[in-house]
Design a protein around this ligand. Structure first.
Ligand SMILES: C[S@@+](CC[C@H](N)C(=O)[O-])C[C@H]1O[C@@H](n2cnc3c(N)ncnc32)[C@H](O)[C@@H]1O
Length: 529
């Protein structure tokens, strides 16, 4: 990258800073889980060294530094404005295990340092070829023995179509200087094309409409940096992997397990895919062809690491599993064959017919939000009234069958599997507490980062409860009475007109519901021992 290209990128991100968010699937806890599933003993996230390339204002890295206080975090970026914003928050929170530095990817040179987790989200496709090569080089030179690198990037074939739209938007927007005007103009052009092109070519119209839907609700900064930025260089997955291999890196997996499972295709399609695919790289590439994939979040490790691609019970040993699915009223006993629909809080239904899985899942769901160790499942099943696991000689076979079915459920995001449990309260503590980051984010925007590294949109009740969390029960009651009287909080479930007519019992009930909601959203810290 030439000096002028670097300055141009720096300038664009200073002019229209990127909204910097947490990405759940980049958290070292999750990366370590994925590595273990594929047979690699990743470094302990709780005592690790983490690097983020292009960290912007630290929206991803700062919450990690809070949940992993004994780990060390380094982020670097080219935009001084974004870094200053991040540093302000770090100072305010008094964090000492994180550094944000101003550095160009091309100039990053730390031969003496190693990192267990390297994260590069939303950067790779948007920098010139030289910087992309340098990202691989940084991974090659600084990744620890069993370390993992996460890189996200735009892919073909999906970006052939999206790239066409991008070029039209760039053509139009370059007539204007100010980034915000460019974004407004790009949106206007897309609207115009969508309306005007509809008469001529229905297929083309469908394509434009889809793009319009994608950008319509996104922030200006997203549209600008995704579509109007000078560099946006998608590639096929196999091309990405050719370059990664040259840099001594090996494909581990995608960070989202469900993306690796071709479950939405028919058995015939899955069979053909298997025949076509001589190895994992081919298999993934053909999947991209089928899915018209536009984006990947790939995990890489050192080339010489041994991996295990036949997934089974061995990979799940020691793993913690939980699920918020609800066990329905039983029409037939769990140990008999027959469909049973477990429902998720979002209203999805998982229909299970295997007695072994029904009993296993029932044991998991009954413990929620506590995690169950995979190794403890046969014991929990055996303790049920009419256990499906009776024959100890068959135990290994049962373990394998259960593991394979649980992995399928994980692939549909119906259960959670982790190598270490989320660092959150499992029941409402006597003295509930949240993180200083959540208290700060709650005053500055619509979203906060919870203890599972997810973005959570708060309602008014959540906000007020978090603000008075450090008070005792009487103090919280008083706080709510005042807010309701001042009409700062409208409590729709109670008929409150004018003055607060709620008695202490009703207020306690309201607060207790609210605390349960904070617990379910992973916003409460575990009780101090
Ligand atoms: C699209 S943003 C993504 C930010 C963040 N990783 C995220 O996903 O929220 C790209 C970031 O990469 C930074 N960047 C671009 N080119 C860079 C370079 N050559 N060296 C360091 N940072 C760079 C930009 O300043 C910007 O903060």
């Amino acid at each position: 990258m030439s000096a002028s290209e670097s300055i141009e990128i720096e300038y664009s991100y200073d002019q229209l800073p990127y909204d910097s968010h947490p990405y759940e699937k980049t958290h070292p806890d999750h990366l370590a889980t994925m590595a273990r599933i594929f047979g690699l003993e990743a470094p302990d996230p709780a005592q690790s060294r983490v690097l983020e390339i292009g960290c912007a204002s630290g929206g991803n890295l700062i919450p990690m530094a809070i949940t992993l206080p004994e780990s060390q975090f380094l982020g670097f970026d080219l935009s001084r404005k974004e870094l200053e914003e991040g540093q302000k928050l770090i100072d305010q929170l008094g964090l000492t295990n994180i550094r944000l530095e101003h550095c160009d990817i091309l100039n990053f040179d730390r031969p003496e340092e190693t990192f267990d987790y390297i994260i590069c989200h939303g950067v790779f496709s948007w920098v010139p070829a030289e910087a992309r090569a340098k990202i691989f080089q940084i991974c090659q030179e600084t990744l620890s023995e069993n370390g993992l690198a996460y890189i996200s990037y735009n892919t073909f074939p999906g970006w052939f179509m999206r790239g066409m739209v991008r070029q039209m938007l760039c053509f139009h927007a370059r007539q204007f200087d100010d980034p915000n005007t460019q974004v407004e103009q790009a949106r206007a052009l897309l609207d115009f094309l969508n309306q005007a092109a509809s008469k001529y070519d229905p297929t083309y119209h469908m394509l434009l409409q889809r793009e319009l839907e994608i950008v319509r609700n996104r922030q200006n900064s997203y549209l600008y940096h995704e579509h109007l930025e000078q560099d946006n260089e998608p590639m096929f997955f196999y091309q990405f992997m050719e370059q990664a291999n040259k840099a001594g890196l090996r494909y581990l997996c995608e960070t989202q397990f469900s993306e690796m499972i071709p479950s939405q295709f028919s058995p015939e399609v899955t069979q053909t895919l298997k025949k076509l695919s001589s190895d994992i790289i081919h298999a993934e590439q053909y999947l991209d062809f089928l899915r018209n994939r536009t984006f990947r979040r790939t995990l890489l490790c050192r080339k010489d690491r041994e991996l295990q691609r036949d997934l089974g019970a061995d990979q799940l040993r020691g793993m913690k599993i939980r699920s918020s699915l609800k066990l329905p009223p039983l029409s037939i006993p769990l140990d008999r064959p027959g469909d049973l629909g477990f429902t998720s809080p979002a209203g999805l239904t998982a229909t299970i017919s295997s007695p072994l899985l029904k009993q296993g899942l029932a044991a998991i769901c009954q413990k929620y939000p506590i995690y169950v160790r995979f190794d403890d499942l046969p014991g929990l099943i055996a303790s049920q009234e009419t256990p499906t696991i009776r024959d100890t000689a068959k135990l290994n076979q049962d373990y394998e069958e259960l593991a394979s079915m649980l992995l399928q459920l994980w692939g549909q995001d119906l259960i959670e599997i982790r190598s270490s449990p989320a660092r959150q309260a499992m029941s409402v503590p006597q003295s509930p507490q949240t993180t200083p980051l959540i208290l700060s984010q709650l005053e500055s925007g619509d979203y906060v980062t919870n203890l599972k590294h997810e973005m959570i949109q708060l309602n008014d009740m959540d906000r007020h409860l978090l603000r008075c969390l450090d008070r005792d029960a009487a103090g919280r009651r008083e706080y709510f009475r005042q807010r309701i009287e001042a009409k700062e909080l409208v409590v729709s479930t109670f008929d409150v007109e004018g003055a607060c007519e709620m008695d202490d019992g009703q207020l306690d009930q309201l607060i207790s519901h609210g605390l349960k909601r904070l617990l379910d959203q992973a916003l409460l810290l575990p009780e101090k021992k």
